[in-house]
Write a protein that binds this ligand. Sequence first.
Ligand code: HEM
Ligand code: MTE
Length: 470
Amino acid sequence: KHDLPIYTIEEISKHTNHQERIWVTFQQGVYDITDFIYEHPGGEQILMAAGSAVDPFWMLYSVHLNPHVLDILEKYRIGNLDPNEENDSISDMSDPYANDPKRHSILKPASIKPFNAESPEQLLVENFITPNEIFYVRNHLPVPDIDASTYELEIEIEGKAKTLCLSLEDLKQFPKYTITATVMCAGNRRSEMTKVKPVKGLNWGAAAVGNATWSGASLREVLEKAGLTDVDLDKYKHIQFEAYDTDATGTAYGASIPIWKAVDRRGDVILAYEMNGVPLPRDHGYPVRVIVPGVVGARNVKWLGKIIVSSEESKSHWQQSDYKGFSPSTDWDTVDYSKSPSIQELPVISAICQPVPNTTVKVENGHIKVKGYAWSGGGQDIVRVDVTCDGGKTWHVARFDHHDPQTHPQHWSWTLWSCELPVAQGDKELEIWAKAVDSSYNTQPESFENIWNLRGVLNNAYHRIKVKVE
Ligand code: HEM
Ligand code: MTE
């Protein structure tokens, strides 16, 4: 095994078709699986990994983590992955994005610089936990290159002279909490709103969302250590976060949350240094990010540098002039950002992830199978998902395959659901709709027409997809 040639990720990524041969990696091994593809019990799905790592797919389809599968794979080994790869980056140092990390090729980019990408939505519902490599990435700026051994997190309480400075090791001395929480971008499902009228923003599908376990220190306990007292709770209103990623002028990414969320014992806000049991990947905030469960992705600040207890919200552009909702009649000439509050908790949403829109679906015993996710902000539970394929004449209540198991009001994770829909004989094309209901009995709006807003946020209308049936 050790005598085999060494390959770089770049070299491997060129092998994605029969002519070039189809290569994949698993851990440190490189494999030419061209001759196995027709024998694969899982069919053509295997091609999703062409030119890249199978590891995240095998987390989703754990049938593979089995000695007999590994034996098959080993027969196709042709080499080893270059051990220096992880630190490898694009060479042009005049490019601020030159030091961005390498990403798995399954991520579908919405933009490259900064890097923004979601996974194919059908993969999201294969597992309650989204593998790190598949988890959507939303970066506004280049990924900072932080040395964990010199990393510092500063905590300031406005008006108090002394600040607290913590290294990563210091942070790890606090009790370690693990929560499972969904993080969702305010622009998730924007591409559907765009069909009503164009908006400014990345054209996200339904997969700018993921569910992971996050481990780290409790923000509340860190604030106590910094000297925050009960008396202060009446004086200060917000917790601001400043990050290590900056634009060309040196302005850092920043956001804030209301103080009650940070100090509430049930708030579960953590300064996370692990995602799904491993150190945070660089794209997701290495070495420390704040996880504010139940709250829009934008406030889950990555590459956290400073925490400020303040009487005011963050002054950052992303708090003040972005991530806010407006009336459908507000346009770029009339918009006054000071008139809308910043988005914090997101409204109830659901999406159909299987079948994929505009594909052909097989009818089995007069039914088709539909799978998706549902989630609501603020720790609300999902109590029901309704699905129809006859324009709402008959609604079918979906089964919960994985219902968020936490107690109220800490339902931070999504609920995965599925449903068998009866198909009438002779139907050639179907439009499937889904809507969720949360534990406040809030539900999704019927259409995008009347929730359209110029930034294309809060895209939570019924999810409607068309498929062909056979
Ligand atoms: C099933 C091998 C990659 C999706 C299987 C099974 C084997 C196998 C032996 C049957 C396991 C059993 O039933 O005990 C491999 C090898 C791969 C590979 C050697 C190396 C590249 C992938 C990838 C995907 C995938 C990348 C998805 C993106 C599936 C699925 C099944 C399956 C969905 C289950 C099929 C069923 O239960 O009907 N694979 N696989 N496989 N594989 Fe793979
Ligand atoms: N934190 C920093 N420092 N810089 C960023 O660009 N993007 C935010 C948030 N935190 C961002 C950030 C937005 S808009 C979202 S939706 C989430 O991170 C995305 O988190 P993810 O990339 O881990 O999925």
